[in-house]
Design a protein around this ligand. Structure first.
Ligand code: G6P
Length: 620
């Protein structure tokens, strides 16, 4: 939620900030703004709407403006209008900052600051931070603050941050120090990119990779002060710290559209390759085992655990549900999937042999992170299944498995989902191997998993056919998605995809549950998507299809290639290759992603930036 980018170097900052904001726009797109240092003044330009709107009101870049901050917003406090857009200036006009996160005690601080004579223009929690820093910076009398001005600015920032309850990623500039930039982090991501004579701070490496691949990931309660002479990292309690230099592992190419109309479409099509990268080097057919180096010494506890709790949100939660079934089926360990937002508040029971898995594409989802922290506090071993390298959840968990699918930019998650399921399948196989599976069973599972990328390749050839189905049905405002067993979470995911980007109301259900209420919704012509591939409950789902057809529903059926038996039940048939029941979700979800994509495009929506949504939800 919200993207921050900041620059200090020798080049004009404006185009660099705009380019960076465009790379972060998936994090929020309701308003945007820049703050640039010009001489001893701060120039703020901001507007509601997308970055393209901001660009229209910007003048030519000024070569003297070589330090600046930028922000793209997803509103939490206050409407998405120009006044509430970031950066925010303090009441003295000297301090400007861009913020990602939420300040929970902003109301108390605001009342106090008003009593001290500070004035406010916006409804945001962020302006409180600007004013608090500004107030401390301008009122140091009697306080034990450093005498020189430069340190006074840093001191004011530190003291203000220590008063904040909540989360922040911050980029801060001060008119008195035209050659200084401060970044700080707690709960929201912040990365420092180290270029040649230039520095870029950003919420995500995507805004940095164009300039440098050398980065430092700030941890919570840390800050960085940058000048042309160099940078230093400290805690917000003023303790110097040494941070390790890391390398960004993806190229600029990975975040370009590469000829595709939308990132979502590109990412759908990337799935065979992405899964190949995810599985690559991990399926050891020679020794008949799965190699997941990030689990290391925790395999022992994992294998012996009596209960595995999976925590996630959104699409990752659907992957988790499939993971629950996979772990139960392959490893025979009790598994359950929880919404991270519920788990964290429900006084969960964690015993010595409980393992908690967190699944998150971004590695920054606030509720998932809080669930991990809660589990750790209660003594659980935690495992992260994360895509973004170096993200907070990746660093907070004891062990982990990266998805290795490259950046996912489309707000509606696609390739991360199939990779999350692939990782859970690998976990299930390896746990099963260590517990009870025969060598033959392991071989069969590993071989089948290695074939999934090419099966997805087959499904991608169906795009034109699926588009025709979308054309015939996307005018309907209510849809059902139904599946059983391993395909039940796929039904949930199919419905979510359609809702997210086409704004059609869709409900995903275990097919048999339809009879307990939702069947009342079926009217003539209502689209009902069934995932009815060959599986243990195949006959049952045919029965469910009949129930819908008997009530006039229009069926879109995802079935196996060559399954002639199902033809009479399908108004529209989507034929996918056959795979083992346990691994079907990675194949059956793909036509539903494509269906949602075409429906959204046909309805004229911005697929990559659906209304009200953000890719990375760093607020509760
Ligand atoms: C947001 C996104 C979803 C995503 C969910 C969890 O709601 O729009 O696509 O599934 O967050 O995100 P995570 O990064 O934790 O997987």
């Amino acid at each position: 939620m919200c993207g921050i980018v900041a620059y200090l170097g020798k080049k004009p900052a404006q185009p660099i900030l705009i380019e960076g904001l465009k790379r972060l726009e998936y994090r929020g797109y309701d308003s945007a703004g820049l703050g640039l240092i010009n001489g001893s003044e701060i120039k703020i330009i901001k507007s509601s709407g997308r970055i393209s709107v901001l660009e229209e009101i910007l003048g030519e870049p000024d070569p003297k403006e070589v330090v600046g901050i930028g922000h793209t917003r997803w509103a939490t406090h206050g409407q998405p209008n120009t006044i509430n857009a970031h950066p925010h200036l303090d009441y003295t006009g000297k301090i400007a900052l861009a913020h990602n996160g939420i300040i929970e005690n902003y109301s108390t601080l605001k009342t106090w600051l008003i009593s001290k004579g500070c004035t406010f223009k916006s409804e945001t929690d962020t302006e409180v931070i600007a004013n608090l820093i500004g107030y401390l910076y301008s009122n140091t009398d009697g306080k034990d603050c450093p005498k020189d001005d430069q340190n006074r600015f840093e001191w004011a920032v530190q003291h203000a941050l220590n008063e904040l309850v909540g989360t922040y990623g911050l980029a801060i500039i001060c008119a008195d120090f035209p050659e200084m930039l401060i970044g700080a982090k707690k709960g929201s991501p912040l990365i420092l990119g180290l270029g040649k004579n230039e520095y870029v701070i950003a919420s995500d490496a995507a805004a940095i990779v164009e300039h440098t691949t050398q980065v430092i990931y700030l941890s919570d309660n840390e800050m960085v002060t940058i000048t042309p002479q160099g940078f230093h990292t400290k805690t917000i309690d003023n303790v110097e710290i040494h941070k390790e230099l890391k390398q960004i592992e993806f190229s600029l190419n990975a975040i370009e559209l590469d000829g595709f109309k939308h990132y979502m479409l590109k990412e759908i099509y990337e799935q065979p390759k992405a899964l190949g990268m995810c599985l690559g080097g991990r399926l050891d057919l020679r020794d008949n085992r799965v190699v997941l180096g990030g689990i290391g010494k925790y395999w022992r506890e994992f294998t012996r655990s009596k209960r595995i709790i999976i925590n996630a949100c959104g699409t990752a939660w659907h992957a988790g549900l499939i993971g629950e079934f996979l772990i139960e089926q392959l490893a025979r360990i009790n598994a359950e999937t929880q919404y991270a937002s519920e788990f964290r508040y429900r006084n969960p029971i964690i015993e010595d042999d409980t393992v908690v898995i967190a699944i998150s594409q971004s590695g920054e989802t606030a509720d998932t992170l809080a669930a991990v922290e809660q589990a750790r506090e209660r003594g659980a071993i935690t495992l992260g299944i994360v895509n973004v390298v170096g993200s907070t959840i990746a660093r907070t968990t004891d062990a982990g498995v990266y998805l290795r699918v490259g950046p996912e930019i489309g707000v509606a998650s696609t390739k991360a989902f199939t990779a999350q399921v692939a990782v859970l399948a690998m976990l299930g196989i390896e746990l099963g191997r260590r517990r009870h599976l025969s060598a033959e069973q392991v071989r069969c599972y590993i071989q089948e998993l290695s074939r999934i990328p090419s099966k997805i390749e087959d499904v991608l050839t169906l795009s034109d056919h699926i588009k025709k189905i979308a054309e015939a049905t996307c005018d309907r405002e209510n849809w059902l998605f139904l599946g059983r067993g391993f395909n039940y979470p796929v039904a949930l995911e199919g419905a979510l995809k359609l809702k997210e980007i086409s704004y059609i109301h869709a409900e995903g259900l275990p097919a048999a549950e339809m009879k307990h209420g939702p069947i009342a919704l079926i009217t003539k012509g209502m689209p009902a998507v069934f995932i009815a591939t060959k599986c243990s409950q195949y006959d049952k789902i045919i029965g469910n299809i009949e129930e819908v057809r008997a009530r006039g529903g229009r069926t879109i059926v995802v079935a196996n290639k060559g399954d002639d038996n199902i033809r009479p039940y399908a108004d529209f048939l989507i034929e996918v290759p056959e795979v083992l029941e346990e691994f079907q979700p990675m194949v059956t979800v793909v036509p539903l992603q494509i269906l949602a994509y075409h429906a959204a495009v046909l309805r004229g929506h911005d697929v990559d930036k659906p209304r009200n949504l953000a890719k990375s939800v760093t607020v509760e």
